[in-house]
Ligand binder design. Structure first.
Ligand code: RB5
Length: 152
């Protein structure tokens, strides 16, 4: 799978663990930075990853900041993105089955690299359930996006 990944200064160390992990699993990675501890702003890294997913340049996106919260908030402002902030294995599976999320956010200050690798593996491997009720709910979320676009 082609995966875009981005992090801020509080997440790049975990990104540097996740990138080789994904490559070892055969995935192709577009690393969109950042790559050092100099302070940056998470929207500047979240949005380019999400736009790569929306444009179809990557199938999925992964975002890492200190908590994952800022990255996920910014990601969910991008039309076409359903981003889940995940720090446990149950949610990693459930958000793929129920929400068909295309972007995953995690916090380097919240979980360790072992849990993060397992979350990423499960999130990438779990298909959307295609369940009728889940499709209906996702369509309601998509309708909110169109509504928001109409008010801009
Ligand atoms: C950076 O200090 C931190 O605020 C950021 O990485 C993130 O956790 C924000 O949600």
């Amino acid at each position: 799978m082609k995966i875009a990944i981005g992090a801020d200064h509080a997440g790049y160390r975990l990104k540097d663990v996740i990138v080789p992990f994904l490559q070892s699993q055969g995935h192709e990675i577009i690393d969109m930075g950042c790559s050092c501890a100099d302070s940056v702003d998470y929207p500047d890294y979240s949005v380019p990853v999400c736009e790569a997913v929306v444009r179809g340049e990557a199938e999925r996106g992964i975002l890492i900041c200190g908590t994952g919260i800022g990255m996920s908030i910014a990601a969910n402002k991008v039309a076409g993105i359903r981003c889940a902030l995940v720090h446990d294995l149950f949610s990693a599976k459930a958000t793929r089955e129920h929400n068909d999320t295309n972007v995953l956010a995690m916090g380097e200050r919240v979980i360790g690299p072992g849990v993060a690798e397992e979350i990423v593996r499960i999130w990438l491997d779990t298909p959307f359930s295609q369940g009728e009720r889940h499709v209906g709910r996702i369509n309601k979320v998509k309708a909110l996006e169109s509504q928001a676009a109409g008010t801009r």
